[in-house]
Design a binder for this molecule. Structure first.
Ligand code: GLA
Length: 659
């Protein structure tokens, strides 16, 4: 990719042919250079089994090609045609309650069903044969949002596939019994075919069974992707991808997906009602960059409101531009929208688009066209990476395991802590990378582990080695408790981090709903005083670490609440409660960053995002006031040179190129 790819989902089958030429003309006007085509058209291109109608697709691809617009060609397998469901009722999705899902929508199929798999292979074979060599096809958009509504299927075929998956993983059922701890309640299996999918059951279903089920379900979708990708690769040299939903799809483990795609593509929609939704967007972008290991693309975001949230708040003036450029700042080399032209019919007609129902005499259209012109001037960032000194651990397996039933508190939520720590760093203008707990962390000055409930032995060694070799680590409560089978590490909690943190926990003391405990700063340490903890307290026993703050109240009054352990050449910090806000979390992170030598941009106004990427500095003003940002540079979009502070208008974005 030499220029930033710009465009959106294009669904010409919803429009009469007269619109197609006009679409191409408008796309050119807006600087669109790539569109996703055919993502949901299976029922149109294959009206009956083995009968194909390529007329519309041939023509549209030809028109786009003539217009110099590339095609990201969809495989339509997320919306199987009605005839397939009718001919093969066994492909219908069965949910956890055992209900068979009806048709009339997309996605409602079982990824493990042989008839569905065969039909996918057949339509993809046809598409690849017909368009694999077409010069307009620059990218393959396999399926759409794997796991959107069918992460798990509980039909008989799925159960059989799960049993086969387990047999391949463990070889011998006794190995599975040992890994799953089935001696508990005598839930022992004597053969793989005795194992049931974890559908609705009495409470207390074996957590290890549930974790393997989630891994299996993820793998079934990967298998479908691979099937399609391999067929395409035989016929086409164009790269292939599928659109992820980071971080809003809990069921897909995108660390496992990362190696399967040629370019990581993500869909991100603002959680519109949240006041600070720009922070969640940044987090999504940073996590997507981590999964990609470099540049990536936004396959879908919205020009304004979506249609599927409880209240679909429209974007405020300038917000779409801020959102789009924040993705670019954080590593996106492509910016695509759902969708090109707002639909008149169907379930998504109230979703914003690049061409709204009101046409081109609208602010949305003017903003879309202006953004296209801006992107043409930002080719210099394409292919470049984002620099970060701080990493945050992220693991879908911890998310899954932490939120299974019967934890010490229902308030233990994976994203609650990750987002709290991420937001505290964001508000201090610190760019964060995400990392898997077993990844090489040596390039980071500081690593933050807010919700690392599951840590394998390898991750435990990794974190210890990181600290001993000079790294700085901040860990939040209820981390390092269990291994990948949800089995408690031997000895006192937190087994995987005891030595690294220099402490052990005698007993957990979760708090009541809404309860807050004050903290006292230990003399001279300067953090924690005046802060309050929520959700959690525990009886921390020091074994090498020292307390920097104590609980001032509650069951652990007078006992350590925040600790510091100098180990080897590094330091490990621990928070035994949920900190928030300026006196708690910000202080802890500021102190840890100071000790770790993390450079923080100074003098940046609150709620202004500053990100460095490829010789550019992105200044994104999320406030309603004009601000000045220290430092100078040359405006990459209009060439203005600044010697001193750079003015960034209210709600605006300035991108400075290094001289
Ligand atoms: C998802 C889908 C799109 C569309 C949008 C609407 O991202 O991939 O097809 O439904 O949501 O926001």
């Amino acid at each position: 990719m030499q220029t930033i790819r710009y465009g959106g989902d294009y669904n010409p089958e919803q429009w009469p042919e007269e619109t197609w030429r006009e679409d191409v003309r408008l796309m050119r006007e807006a600087g669109v250079n790539l569109v996703s085509l055919g993502v949901f058209n299976w029922g149109i291109i294959e009206p009956a089994p083995g009968e194909y109608d390529w007329s519309g697709l041939d023509e549209v691809i030809g028109l786009l090609h003539e217009g110099g617009i590339g095609v990201d060609l969809g495989t339509p397998t997320s919306s199987p045609p009605a005839w397939l469901r009718k001919a093969h009722p066994e492909i219908r999705l069965v949910d956890r309650e055992g209900r068979t899902l009806a048709g009339g929508s997309r996605h409602g199929v079982c990824p493990s069903a042989p008839a569905y798999r065969d039909a996918c292979a057949s339509i993809v074979e046809q598409l690849a044969a017909r368009y694999g060599g077409h010069p307009a096809v620059e990218l393959w958009h396999v399926h759409n949002e794997y796991g959107w509504a069918n992460v798990e299927c509980y039909c008989e075929a799925s159960t059989a596939a799960f049993q086969a998956w387990l047999a391949a993983k463990y070889g011998d059922v006794d190995r599975l019994n040992a890994a799953w701890g089935t001696a508990f309640w005598g839930l022992v299996y004597r053969s793989f075919d005795q194992i049931e999918a974890p559908a609705v059951a009495p409470p207390g279903v074996n957590p290890a069974l549930q974790l393997d089920w989630k891994r299996f379900s993820n793998d079934e979708h990967i298998a479908n992707y691979r099937l399609q990708r391999e067929i395409i690769a035989r016929r086409s040299k164009a790269p292939a991808t599928t659109n992820f939903m980071i971080p809003n799809c809990e069921g897909m483990d995108y660390w496992r997906w990362a190696g399967e795609v040629d370019v990581v593509a993500n869909n991100h929609y603002l959680i519109a009602e949240r006041e600070d939704h720009q922070i969640e967007l940044s987090m999504s972008a940073d996590l997507t960059r981590a999964v990609a290991g470099g540049p990536w693309m936004i396959m879908e975001h919205s020009t304004s409101a979506v249609n599927w949230q409880p209240r679909n708040i429209a974007k405020t003036p300038g917000e779409m531009r801020r959102n789009s450029l924040a993705h670019v700042a954080r590593g996106a080399d492509g910016l695509m929208f759902f969708q090109w032209r707002a639909s008149r019919a169907g379930a998504e007609k109230f979703h914003s688009a690049m061409v709204p129902h009101g046409g081109t005499d609208t602010q949305v259209w003017r903003d879309v066209a202006a953004l296209g012109r801006d992107l043409e001037r930002l080719s210099g960032v394409v292919g470049t990476d984002v620099a970060a000194d701080v990493a945050m651990l992220w693991d879908w397996e911890s998310w899954w395991a932490l939120e299974l039933e019967w934890r010490p508190s229902v308030d233990l939520k994976y994203r609650e802590r990750v987002e709290a720590y991420y937001a505290a760093l964001w508000r201090q203008h610190v760019t964060v990378d995400f990392a898997h707990p077993e990844a090489d962390l040596s390039g980071y000055r500081l690593v933050v582990a807010p919700s690392s409930y599951v840590l394998t032995d390898a991750a435990s060694k990794n974190l210890r080695g990181y600290v001993e070799n000079g790294g700085h680590l901040v860990v939040s409560y209820f981390s390092g408790i269990v291994d990948e089978h949800d089995t408690v590490h031997p000895g006192a909690h937190p087994g995987a981090l005891r030595e690294t943190l220099g402490l052990w926990i005698e007993e957990f003391h979760p708090l009541r709903e809404g309860e807050e405990l004050g903290l006292d700063s230990a003399s001279g340490a300067g953090i924690g005083g005046g802060a309050a903890g929520r959700i959690w307290s525990e009886h921390v026993r020091l074994d090498g670490a020292r307390a920097v703050a104590h609980f001032a109240a509650g069951p652990d009054r007078g006992r350590p609440a925040l600790t510091r352990h100098d180990l080897g050449r590094g330091t490990a910090w621990y928070a035994a409660t949920a900190l928030d806000g300026p006196t708690g979390l910000n202080d802890l992170l500021a102190t840890a960053m100071e000790a770790a030598g993390v450079e923080r941009p100074q003098g940046i106004p609150a709620n202004v995002e500053v990100v460095r990427r490829g010789g550019h500095r992105f200044l994104i003003n999320h406030t309603a006031q004009d601000v000045q940002v220290p430092g100078g540079g040359v405006d990459a979009l209009d060439g203005t040179a600044y010697d001193g502070p750079v003015p960034v208008p209210a709600g605006g974005v300035v991108i400075l190129a290094d001289a």
